[in-house]
Design a protein around this ligand. Sequence first.
Ligand code: R1P
Ligand code: URA
Length: 238
Amino acid sequence: MATPHIEAKEMDIAKVVLMPGDPLRAKYIAETYLEDVTQFNNVRNMFGFTGTYKGKRISVMGSGMGMPSIGIYSYELFKFYDIDAIIRIGSAGAYTADLKLFDIVLADDAWSESSFALAQSGEASAVMKPSAELNTLIKETAASINKTVHENRIHSSDVFYHESNVDGHEEFYSKHGCVCVEMESFALFHNANILGKKAACLLTISDSLVTSEVTTAEQRQNSFNEMMEIALESAIKI
Ligand SMILES: O=P(O)(O)O[C@H]1O[C@H](CO)[C@@H](O)[C@H]1O
Ligand SMILES: O=c1cc[nH]c(=O)[nH]1
């Protein structure tokens, strides 16, 4: 059974999917952490892989950037492949000086100016919640392997590059309490909620809108590894 965007058969995809924005990062995770890997999707180069981690079947697939893209992939995975849970593992820009490069944020909820939920189902709320059960599991797992996660509200933005006449990072923090920005979780959480599935989001701070610091490619690689390990160790307990 294929969809317009995923060519896999239902059995090809595990019940838990880790989902970075970048399909090449999905490939890296499969090559670095999984055993007995098979590739289940190649459509549009949005690579998806299934393998085992510590003996448990796990899938990893790119989402692309932005809510329309993760909206399509997460809907198809939940609805047509009947997967149980998606853990997004992404990068984010810090809105506060308290968040340093490489810090890991677990989305407590996602605020957005996006019309995704309104257009998709008439849901007018500007805040979408992840699975409380998954968040508890991720926090407990991170603590058990001595990793720190900051559980905070995040901003899911439709826009990467803003002009100076609209609200900037100071306002997103002061008006809405968002500590960092990414571009997908609001839609992911909405889809999980309307379809009765579970979703969560881990983010690594890749740059700071406060200090203008940015990570190098090598630093991003290493810090992403910590987040990947928390996600993988959590995924095998779902
Ligand atoms: O690193 P990923 O998961 O792609 O996440 C962030 O990076 C992209 C922007 O550079 C957006 O997709 C944003 O959400
Ligand atoms: O969406 C994103 C992701 C990382 N850094 C940003 O500034 N924005």
